[in-house]
Ligand binder design. Structure first.
Ligand code: ATP
Length: 236
């Protein structure tokens, strides 16, 4: 059974059909990339998967159950977490307060403390700055906070929306290394990325989305070698 099984998913905003009936599945432990041009419907897809947007049709089966019945604020409790584009951190809270927000629904204090230490091992820079107000961090550091916060929610499925957006190449490299580490620790992930080459290189499979539809899918290796993908998304 797939961890996530999406069939004929549709998302509309009034008359705008952002997602026009897509199928996708993610197996336990997989790292899967979704690529596509601006406005293709990737963010709408992710937001709908975590209950932030209502679907207008189709089905989303997560961990064997249809998600339609889960209230939006309960998705995290069910292990479905998203690191949004723009990161959504709390500027007036410290780094550590932001990280602990990820664990808001948990009461296993000792485990939370262990995982906080683990996040600080992944991101030593956050440890150095644990008392700093998150709003004063650099873009790359804020991305680290957003990822660390998601890790502290103990996700079974982690959705990442454009984690490399606006970051310097050296930081992008670091963020991709961390994504690989999180994946190696067994967290299943769906990654949306403009940086299609790097994303496909660390993924097992990929989907290409164009104008609200999935137009191609397959092993990441095959997509990297595909001429249409190369021309459209990998700079030829
Ligand atoms: P990008 O890479 O630019 O973020 P995307 O693939 O993530 O693009 P979406 O953000 O999902 O694409 O947008 C898909 C379409 O839905 C776009 O035409 C967008 O303008 C529209 N759209 C998204 N959110 C809303 C909204 N809240 N209200 C109306 N239209 C929306």
């Amino acid at each position: 059974m797939s961890l996530l099984d999406v069939k004929n998913l549709q998302v509309s905003y009034g008359g705008i059909h952002a997602v026009k009936g897509i199928d996708l599945h993610i197996e336990q432990g997989e790292l899967v990339t979704l690529i596509g041009a601006n406005g293709a419907g990737k963010t709408s897809t992710l937001r709908t998967l975590v209950g932030m947007e209502k679907k207008s049709g189709g089905s989303i089966v997560y961990d064997g159950k249809e998600t339609a019945g889960i209230p939006a604020h309960n998705f995290v409790r069910h292990g479905l977490a998203m690191v949004p584009e723009g990161r959504g951190i709390f500027a007036k809270l410290t780094v550590e307060e932001n990280l602990l927000m990820g664990a808001f629904y948990r009461d296993d204090k000792a485990a939370i403390q262990n995982e906080l230490e683990h996040v600080y091992e992944l991101f030593p820079r956050l440890k150095e700055r644990f008392k700093q107000l998150a709003g004063t961090l650099s873009g790359g550091e804020q991305q680290m906070v957003a990822m660390g916060r998601a890790i502290l929610s103990k996700p079974k499925l982690l959705l990442l929306d454009e984690p490399s957006m606006g970051l310097a190449p050296i930081i992008v490299q670091k963020i991709f290394e961390i994504i690989q580490m999180i994946s190696a620790q067994g967290v299943t992930m769906l990654l949306v990325e403009q940086n299609a080459k790097l994303a496909l290189e660390i993924s097992q499979r990929g989907y290409v989305m164009e104008s609200g539809r999935i137009t191609m899918s397959g092993p990441a290796r095959e997509l990297l070698d595909d001429e249409r993908v190369r021309n459209a998304y990998l700079g030829g």
